[in-house]
Design a protein around this ligand. Structure first.
Ligand SMILES: NC(=O)c1ccc[n+]([C@@H]2O[C@H](COP(=O)([O-])OP(=O)(O)OC[C@H]3O[C@@H](n4cnc5c(N)ncnc54)[C@H](OP(=O)(O)O)[C@@H]3O)[C@@H](O)[C@H]2O)c1
Length: 386
């Protein structure tokens, strides 16, 4: 039996659907938040519909075992099916860039609650914990980051989300040294290589905004590390299934071979006919005296209307640009040396991600606004006379 958390999310949904397509769904026990099993299956099916057709989603949602509940409930759960679990895939997390408390409660306390229950699983052979490559914290300019232990408490971070993910890894290592833990750290998961932004547009609105504004707070020869959700989910299956892994920690990332330079990024968007006000892109440093002014000016040229949604989008873009400004990519040699499939490059699937020309950047942004902690739009003004 394989226990999976996070199946109602972006990456967990892709992971579970692949398990279903491999004919393995019957081995899975899914922890899903919901009042009862039926409500959980309905939530699961709704998420899987974004990754597949409705009939497949319904079938997949009925093919696994379900434990209704929250991560925190696991520590004391007496559900006997948990005693049969031999492998765990822990994908669930609070991925909000805004939260100050729930990221700690879910990402650290929730992970520890799961690990505490896992300790009492007699046949456990693998605990695959999904972290994030950005748990390395903030630095002015990295090149290629190698896998290493999570940074110490007090290391600088861009937000509480990455700080909590680093803390979760530290807590697992310290509290459960004998557990068969493998950590997978994806980089930036965006789009699906065949169905584009259908499962989630997530950060993709931002990539379109980067191209539309034609400016990045990065070095001229800088780059970004992006991987599609289906490739990432497949690598999690690899890391779950291969019995004799050489390491305990893996980047699931584009790495040297598939990272995207900003020139390649601009070329990829140009090749699929995306609108931009400036290619090649301009480069600036928001930490320099000029601050964000070059970006703000480019943003106003690309989005001239001074609407609430545009102001929120600019705020959201500046939050993501703090990450792009690190010019970072994550070495994936460990993953490739295991014999696993190399990631595609962004240019190979960017077309399918923007193939729905009717969807505006602002509409895609609305889906992401809440987790970024920026107001999506003001509440509609109702006609008092109505
Ligand atoms: N997306 C990326 O670019 C990216 C990059 C690097 C690493 N990661 C990591 O990949 C994992 C998945 O990310 P994602 O983008 O797929 O996130 P997501 O779409 O926000 O999904 C999060 C999932 O976690 C579940 N969850 C949250 N709190 C929970 C709790 N207290 N108890 C049980 N389940 C809970 C959610 O359930 P509900 O539906 O009930 O809310 C949902 O299924 C995370 O660990 C994240 O840190 C993601």
């Amino acid at each position: 039996m394989i226990l999976l958390t996070g199946s109602t999310g972006f990456l967990g949904g892709a992971f579970y659907l692949e398990a279903f397509r491999r004919g393995e769904a019957g081995k899975y026990l899914l922890l899903v938040r919901g009042a009862n099993e039926e409500a959980c299956r309905t939530r699961l099916a709704r998420n899987l519909t974004k990754h597949s057709d409705g009939a497949t989603a319904e079938l997949a949602a009925s093919a696994c075992g379900i434990i209704p509940g929250d991560l925190a409930s696991l520590a004391t759960s007496i559900d006997p099916r948990l005693d049969q679990v031999t492998r765990i895939v822990h994908v669930a997390a609070d991925t909000s860039f805004d939260s100050r408390t729930s990221v700690w409660h879910i990402n650290v306390d929730g992970t520890l609650a799961l690990a505490a229950r896992a300790r009492r699983m007699p046949g456990l052979t693998r605990f695959l914990h999904v972290g994030t490559a950005f748990c390395v914290g903030e630095s002015r300019h990295y090149e290629m980051v190698q896998e290493g232990p999570p940074p110490v408490h007090g290391a600088p971070h861009i937000n509480e989300y990455t700080r909590s993910k680093a803390a979760a890894e530290r807590a697992l290592l310290a509290g459960f040294p004998d557990m068969p833990i493998i950590v997978a750290r994806p980089s930036i998961v965006a789009g699906h290589s065949r169905i584009g932004c259908q499962p989630s547009s997530s950060i993709f609105w931002f990539f379109r905004l980067v191209d539309a504004t034609g400016i990045v707070p990065c070095k001229k020869d800088g780059f970004i590390d992006i991987v599609p959700v289906d490739w990432t989910a497949s690598r999690l299956h690899d890391l779950l299934n291969k019995p004799d892994l050489k390491h305990k920690l893996y980047h699931v990332s584009a790495g040297l071979g598939s990272r995207t330079t900003w020139t390649e990024f601009a070329d990829a968007f140009a090749a699929v006919g995306h609108d931009s006000i400036a290619r090649p892109y301009a480069h600036f440093d928001y930490r320099a005296e000029e601050g964000w002014a070059p970006f703000n000016e480019a943003f106003r040229r690309a989005f001239p209307q001074r609407t609430a949604i545009n102001r929120s989008m600019a705020m959201g873009a500046r939050k993501y640009h703090r990450f792009t400004a690190q010019d970072v990519a994550f070495d994936n040699s460990r993953l490739l040396e295991e014999g696993f499939e190399a990631p595609p490059q962004l240019r190979d699937y960017v077309g399918v991600c923007i193939s729905n020309p009717g969807v505006t950047i602002a509409e895609q942004f609305m889906e992401d606004a809440e987790s970024l902690g920026v107001a999506a739009a003001p509440a509609p003004v109702l006609n008092a006379a109505a």
